[in-house]
Design a protein around this ligand. Structure first.
Ligand SMILES: C[S@@+](CC[C@H](N)C(=O)[O-])C[C@H]1O[C@@H](n2cnc3c(N)ncnc32)[C@H](O)[C@@H]1O
Length: 300
């Protein structure tokens, strides 16, 4: 457990820092707060109020905050839930379940869900069911039957520079194929490379509006969905919006060059260095000129 360090975030919720990835699992401002703002609200669960069943995929479950927030709401409705999780490390959830601060956040039903997943990898309660697929998400996604389509995909790996293998063009294309017709893929990432991969996979992308406390940020994440079906679903109570000019211009810079992992087994060093080489040969604008232009524009 040595490479995982526990700490309490500003909203009082437990999080971890990975010495291996040299990155925290959540925003310092709050693990629970981040899941609520970047995953629960953009999911707009009210859109499923007339649906019989919702199918969810949590990519990088970690301590389980993203899933926990969403299940907490859904479990109060009559919607049938099918849940799948992808996660390489069993320790974050185990560690969280041993902490009172974590246990206190959740209702008994959600704690039961976490305990079942932790103990047996499976959950079932009434019509609801869930399975975690422990291991590398790039391979374990194939354990999920091919016909299953996800209404919500929660994509929450470490940052692209630390864990490029889960942000590759190929993995994003794989996730896109598993998205239901009206489904949405939600991530905290605002990286141009990731957004450009979503677009190339045929998705329309939106920018998650930062919460009132985060008004200095230009975006809090990305929601991607299939083209053509999106409008009616995002009209009310909008937590995301079309990309601003600044964000669109970001996609025309070298930052938009994707992470490539054609074998689905590449290691992070290889993936990063291949991208750096591609960036160095690119005709696209330097990101520094985009940054300069927008920093200047903001100051005026
Ligand atoms: C930012 S944390 C996720 C936080 C989580 N969503 C939560 O609410 O606590 C990233 C997670 O990705 C997992 N991970 C790293 N590489 C992975 C891989 N190849 N396949 C699946 N999970 C992976 C890590 O073990 C870690 O739990």
């Amino acid at each position: 457990m040595d490479d995982l360090k526990k700490h309490t975030t500003k909203d009082g919720s437990l999080s971890l820092y990975s010495l291996f990835y040299e990155e925290g699992f959540h925003d310092k401002d709050g693990a629970l707060r981040e899941s609520t703002a970047k995953y629960l609200l953009p999911a707009q669960l009210e859109q499923f109020s007339n649906t019989e069943k919702i199918v969810i995929l949590d990519v990088c479950m970690g301590l389980g905050y993203n899933t926990g927030c969403i299940l907490e709401k859904l479990i109060q409705s009559n919607i049938k839930i099918e849940w799948h999780g992808l996660e390489i490390d069993q320790r974050p959830l185990k560690l969280a379940l041993n902490e009172k601060t974590f246990q206190r956040i959740w209702s008994p039903k959600i704690l039961h869900f976490f305990n079942c997943i932790n103990k047996s990898g499976k959950w079932s309660e009434g019509f609801n069911e869930g399975t975690i697929h422990w291991g590398d998400a790039r391979q374990k996604i194939y354990e999920i039957q091919d016909y299953i389509r996800f209404d919500l995909i929660l994509l929450d790996p470490f940052s692209p520079q630390k864990c490029p293998e889960l942000w590759s063009e190929e993995f994003i294309s794989l996730l896109t194929k598993r998205l239901s017709f009206e489904g949405r893929l939600i991530t905290y990432s605002t990286a141009a490379s990731i957004r450009a991969s979503f677009i190339r996979a045929g998705l329309k992308i939106y920018s998650i509006v930062p919460s009132v406390d985060d008004q200095n940020k230009w975006s809090a994440g990305t929601v991607a969905m299939r083209k053509g079906i999106e409008r009616p679903f995002i009209s009310k109570n909008c937590q995301f919006k079309d990309l601003s000019t600044r964000e669109v211009e970001h996609l025309a810079t070298r930052s938009s060059i994707p992470y490539r992992d054609p074998t689905g087994r590449g290691n992070s060093k290889e993936i990063i260095s291949t991208r750096e080489l591609e960036q160095s040969k690119s005709q696209l604008k330097y990101t520094s000129s985009w940054r300069k232009r927008w920093n200047t524009a903001q100051k005026q």
